[in-house]
Each structure stands twice: as structure tokens, then as C-alpha cells.
Design a binder for this molecule. Sequence first.
Ligand SMILES: NC(=O)c1ccc[n+]([C@@H]2O[C@H](COP(=O)([O-])OP(=O)(O)OC[C@H]3O[C@@H](n4cnc5c(N)ncnc54)[C@H](OP(=O)(O)O)[C@@H]3O)[C@@H](O)[C@H]2O)c1
Length: 307
Amino acid sequence: MNVLIIGATGDVGSEAAKIAVAKGHKVRALVRSTSNRNKLGDAKNKVEFCDGDMLDQASLARALTGMGGVIVSIRLTPGEMKQGRSYQDVEATGIKNIVAAAQQKGAKKIIHVSAAGVGPHCVSDMYQAKHQAEETIRNSGLDYTIFKPSGMFKDFQFFHIPTVIKLGETSKWPTSPIEFHMNPLSHIDLAQCMVNALENPKASSKTLEIGGPDCITQGDLLNMIAREAGINTHYTTGVSKEQLIARIKENPQKAFFTAEQLQDFLIDKKIDHSVIKDIFGIEFQRVGEYLKKAVPEVKAALAQKAL
Ligand SMILES: NC(=O)c1ccc[n+]([C@@H]2O[C@H](COP(=O)([O-])OP(=O)(O)OC[C@H]3O[C@@H](n4cnc5c(N)ncnc54)[C@H](OP(=O)(O)O)[C@@H]3O)[C@@H](O)[C@H]2O)c1
């Protein structure tokens, strides 16, 4: 299929581009002059790049000409924020623009990444924009598959693993509740499902929560990391969602997330992986397998930094 990928220089989108190329799809990528094309690795030479921006409708119309499908894996990046763009601009209006161009150019299928927990009840700018984007796609008349992923392994590498190593022997996790469930997954497995969904009738017109086969609590994850790092500890206490939100409200300038964003992100969510297994038949990477490789890598990088 002729496929346009929007967000092909992002973590999930670049994996989708590599997989789509390997599966024999003809891939075009909408990129900006600042986008890191090297993120595509060897696939870079097999992808047709098309300059544009989701907020530039003429560039979307050019990029979608002749495309049967479009894979969208975007988010409001720090770079976008510096330009004064909001979640509403990029994640809601941007998707409206893509859908309008796809309809105009006769594309048949749209694949989109949202997030687990997004819905009409959400209160944050981020999740409200994601919900509007989902609704735009569901009401577009195009065939669609919307993926709503649980937490991804790639974030553990930057936050959970180094923090557990730095905290050492402690039973208290200072930044979130530890009793909430999640089904962590590899972004590469997500990308595989996204590419598969282009032509899989079982994924047609579906909004799918997607997570890996391990349904674990945040505390389970921290204890697994500690074990893998050789730290003799067991996390028994976290900070409640209410406490965290109250802290942010007291000192909003210091916080990375807003109180509303935490209200939406911090949820107890169990995803039925068997639904994904039945549709895609893909064997997902397990949390333990991922940590076996990632924890020693992060430990070595931290030790190197300390020298
Ligand atoms: N991390 C998680 O655990 C998690 C969990 C659930 C859901 N998600 C969702 O998964 C999706 C993909 O995440 P990711 O980590 O792969 O994101 P990412 O690495 O930050 O990639 C974002 C991509 O969007 C592109 N982009 C942003 N604004 C654009 C615009 N105006 N026009 C064209 N392209 C634009 C960026 O282009 P440039 O390269 O040019 O900047 C980049 O390629 C996001 O919607 C995220 O919210 C993530």
C-alpha cells in the first residue's frame, strides 16, 4: 500500500516506518526541516520525504496525494510548545487537517495513536485534545484503527530505572501511587500492530486499548527494577494521587505536569491483552525480558557519568 506516515521521526512513528518499509509498503513521510531523519536508520533511503507540517493544509494535501493509507503518531513536542502551539492546535486541529486532506485525496485508511484512559470525562488540555482527535477520526467516514497504549517501556529507561537505582534501599516511591495497574508494552510491538492494521480486516473501524501481556502495578515494576539492579529493597508506599495534585496546586510553577494532566494520567487500568493477541497474533515483549537488558544498560551509563 502507498502509506503516508506523519510523525515518522518520532519514537513510535520511526519504528512504524521501518516496519512498513520491511513489509514492502511504499512509504512517504511528512517531515519538517528540523526533523531528525536519521531516526529512520537504514529505512531512510527507502522512504520518500515530503516537507510539511500538520498545521499547513496545503502540505498535507501534497503529501496525501496518491496515498491509500495514513499512519499518524504525533504529539505536541517541546519544540512545538516553544513556537507557542498548544495541544488543541497540534493534537486536535492537526488531526482535523489530516482527516480533511485524507478525505479530499481519497485515502481509505487512517491509523492513529492516542492513549489509554482518554475519554469524554478527561479534564486536561492534553487528553481533551486527544479525545477530540479520536472523535474526528471515528466520525470521518474513513476506515480507521485507533490505538490507545498503556505506559511504554521506553519511558522506564529515562525515569523509573535511573530513579530506582539512585534511590537505592528505600521502601517509599516519592513520585506517584504504587497500587495502580498498567500493561506496559514495547513501542516496537505497538508499531508492528499499527502497520498490520493497515490491511487487517479484524482491526477495521476499531478503537483498541493496547498493552502488553503483563498486567502489573507500578510497585511491581519498581520491585522488578530493583531486583534486576541488585538492590535489596521492596517498595511498600507511594504518594496518593490526591497528595500529588494538592502539591501541584500549591506550587504550580515548579511542576512538570499540571494538576489536570495528573488527574487524567494517574489511573488504575487493566487492559485485556487477549483482544490484541486475537486481532494481531503478535508475541509481545514481556516486562521482565525488557528489564533484563535495560537495567544493566542504565546502570552502566549512570556509573560512567559518575566517573
Ligand atoms: N510514551 C508513552 O508511554 C505513551 C503512552 C501512551 C500514548 N503515547 C502517545 O504515543 C504517540 C507517539 O509518541 P512518541 O513518543 O512516538 O512521540 P515523539 O517521539 O515525540 O514523536 C512525535 C512526532 O510528532 C511529530 N510532530 C509534532 N508536531 C508536528 C507537526 N505540527 N507537524 C508534523 N509533525 C509533527 C514530530 O516531528 P519532529 O520530529 O519534526 O519534531 C515527531 O516525529 C503520542 O501521541 C503519545 O502521546 C505515548
